[in-house]
Design a protein around this ligand. Structure first.
Ligand code: OVV
Length: 417
């Protein structure tokens, strides 16, 4: 995968008017960032991406790509120059119809974004999350107790998928849960960030079954009174949203709240299983759970990639960027940038990596991060108080996804302490 100036092999036709030549001073890199082989083991690719310069030109998608911390943060957080309303995947919503009505949060700019974000911030307020903490702790303890001393089990299917798909729909107040459909929907949301590849088509194959179910699940009738979903719908009563908009915001909870935490929990167990010293430190001091999760986020980046679209002619790091240019932001590459994090490729439980981009940055910064933290910290605390050793009993495999960095399988044995 050496850098090359050769023309793109097998370029994808770009409709509309996206710029099709690289800006001056940017190297053309004929690579497919969404190739399954790269997605399954991306670390070498990230290093090469950062070595290209502040940006690389990816000819097959006619996009810029960045993976150094500084420029990735600049592009990702400046919502005035680099908008989200044209989609956060390769598709430009100005040129092509999105697969679903755009999210009022993820795929919106101010002032629409501001209005939706205000409702969501209130529905996920510190008071709400505080009320969930004990429930998360109890459920995490029960789940880990059930898995301790099992000969060997798959962390992904038996722990990481089970926990969020149980506690998140319960917190939202969903009357009829369907964990399988929620996981399948998450795959659609995140795999549509990428091109029309096999990964995306595999996820979208389930759309005819799953999308109507999700649409139903977001309506007020499917949500219990006094839970987060109903709180979002209360914004209809206050006149802040119409009914359709409220349902769309509940859809954001399902879209953003499952796949991400599933990846984070399995990656957390993987980090601790592969770093027994870190797990010993966590067992010694459960106060490390918070710092541990931050380092898991930096080290594994549950969302590895989102895009932005330049809405004006601008300049970043001395590079002219033409209006209408898509920029692929590798959050995962930025989180492993040696310039920002000394010894970046080492997992250090007490690093406290302030400024990592795993939750994004700027006005779109994860609005659900307190819930995500409460979930993962509940699991980490349950492990620290109940488990003596995390033994990885077979090969860990990674699931190629166009935007999620997560494990496919992780066989482990948890021994009682
Ligand atoms: C952050 C995020 C990820 C995926 C989906 C959404 C948000 C959404 O709002 O639909």
């Amino acid at each position: 995968m050496a850098p090359t100036d050769s023309e793109a092999s097998n370029p994808v036709l770009i409709e509309g008017h996206r710029p099709v030549t690289p800006p001056d001073g940017v190297a053309t890199w004929d690579v497919d960032p969404f190739d399954e082989a790269i997605l399954s083991y991306p670390r070498d690719f990230y290093r090469e991406l950062r070595a290209q310069g502040p940006f690389a030109w990816i000819p097959r998608y006619a996009c810029l790509m960045c993976g150094r911390h500084q420029e990735t943060e600049e592009v990702f957080s400046d919502h005035t120059r680099f908008v989200s309303s044209r989609g956060v995947g390769l598709q430009d919503f100005k040129l092509e119809k999105p697969w679903r009505p755009p999210s009022m949060l993820l795929e919106a700019d101010p002032p629409e974004h501001t209005r939706a974000r205000k409702v969501m911030t209130r529905a996920l307020s510190p008071r709400v999350v505080k009320g969930l903490r004990e429930y998360f702790r109890t459920e995490a303890d029960k789940l880990i107790d059930r898995l301790i001393d099992v000969e060997s089990f798959d962390v992904v299917t038996e722990l990481a998928e089970v926990f969020p798909t149980t506690v998140v729909p319960a917190a939202i107040g969903l009357k009829e849960n369907n964990p399988e459909f929620l996981v399948a929907y998450g795959a659609m949301v995140f795999d549509t960030v990428g091109p029309d590849n096999e990964i995306r088509r595999r996820a979208m194959a389930k759309a005819p079954d799953v999308v109507p179910w999700i649409t139903q699940a977001c309506t007020r009738e499917q949500l219990l009174d006094d839970y987060i979903g109903a709180d979002v719908h209360d914004a209809v009563t206050t006149g802040e949203l119409n009914e359709n908009e409220a349902a769309m915001l509940v859809r954001s909870l399902f879209s953003a709240g499952l796949d991400t935490t599933i990846a984070a929990i399995s990656s957390a167990v993987w980090c601790l299983g592969t770093h027994p010293d870190a797990f010993a430190a966590l067992r010694q001091d459960q106060g490390l759970a918070k710092a541990c999760f931050e380092e898991v986020l930096r080290f594994t980046s549950p969302v590895h990639t989102f895009c932005r679209t330049a809405n004006v002619d601008t300049e970043v790091a001395g590079i002219r960027i033409e209006a209408d240019t898509k920029v692929i932001c590798s959050l995962a590459a930025a989180n492993l940038d040696e310039e920002k994090w000394p010894d970046a490729s080492s997992f250090k439980i007490d690093r406290k990596p302030i400024g990592h981009l795993a939750f994004g940055s700027g006005i779109h910064r994860c609005v659900g991060q307190t819930i995500a933290r409460a979930e993962v910290e509940a699991i980490l605390t349950a492990l620290a108080t109940r488990v003596g050793a995390i033994e990885i009993t077979g090969p860990a495999t990674w699931r190629p996804s166009n935007a999620i960095n997560g494990l496919a399988t992780l066989p482990v044995r948890l021994t009682r302490q």
